[in-house]
Design a protein around this ligand. Structure first.
Ligand SMILES: C[S@@+](CC[C@H](N)C(=O)[O-])C[C@H]1O[C@@H](n2cnc3c(N)ncnc32)[C@H](O)[C@@H]1O
Length: 195
């Protein structure tokens, strides 16, 4: 391991389990393999597109979006330690991702985000936090993008999200992309919403 990589590994990896794995760092084992997961998405939503990832963790899906040609990449995450690590990976890869440390439920009332994004990702986030008003959050997100990807949680059905999106957004097309899995074999529904 080179000195630089060692330094990054010490900082990004430590000895703890991370939610997202970064295979190129070897020793970091995580539950979610973003390189594998991105294959479930439509590449057309990334090539030349602006992408906002809400609850981005270490930014793994943004690094993958960048590899597919996304031009403007932004990640929002409310855990400062994760943002710090994401920034270290960003610097190392010169990925040009903009990371923002904020609560996704508060951020739409500020002016830190762009007015619109081509593609927004909301992956395995919606039921991880005690959000004040999930319906309002979904409605605000929908107003800011052309395409929204939502990944649900362990064992949830597509129908639940279909109803949630129908009530709270003006998306007209609901595409079931399949069920994503991870190292623990937990499966989650992945959906693409558009108009
Ligand atoms: C289960 S992980 C999913 C991470 C990533 N979206 C993925 O699918 O690989 C949930 C992430 O959302 C973040 N998160 C949860 N609630 C949040 C909130 N209200 N604002 C910002 N980030 C949040 C957590 O810190 C965590 O990194």
């Amino acid at each position: 391991m080179s000195a630089n990589k060692k330094k990054l590994f010490d900082f990004v990896g430590n000895s703890e389990q991370t939610y997202q794995s970064f295979p190129e760092l070897g020793q970091i084992s995580g539950a979610r393999d973003c390189a594998q997961r991105i294959r479930m998405f439509d590449p057309v939503d990334f090539a030349g597109k602006s992408v906002l990832d809400l609850g981005c963790n270490l930014g793994g899906m943004l690094f993958e979006a960048g590899r597919l040609g996304a031009t403007r990449l932004t990640g929002v995450e409310f855990e400062p330690a994760l943002i710090e690590r994401a920034e270290a990976l960003n610097d190392r890869h010169r990925a040009g991702i903009r990371f923002i440390c904020a609560d996704i439920e508060d951020i739409f009332a500020t002016d830190v985000l762009d007015e619109r994004y081509d593609t927004i990702l909301l992956l395995a986030v919606l039921y991880t936090s005690p959000f004040r008003d999930r319906n309002k959050l979904l409605s605000e997100i929908a107003q800011r993008c052309d395409v929204l990807y939502i990944e649900g949680h362990n064992g949830q059905e597509f129908a639940w999200y279909f109803n949630l999106m129908e009530w709270n957004t003006d998306f007209t097309t609901f595409r079931m992309m399949g069920r994503s899995t991870d190292q623990a074999r937990i499966d989650r529904p992945l959906m693409r919403l558009s108009r």
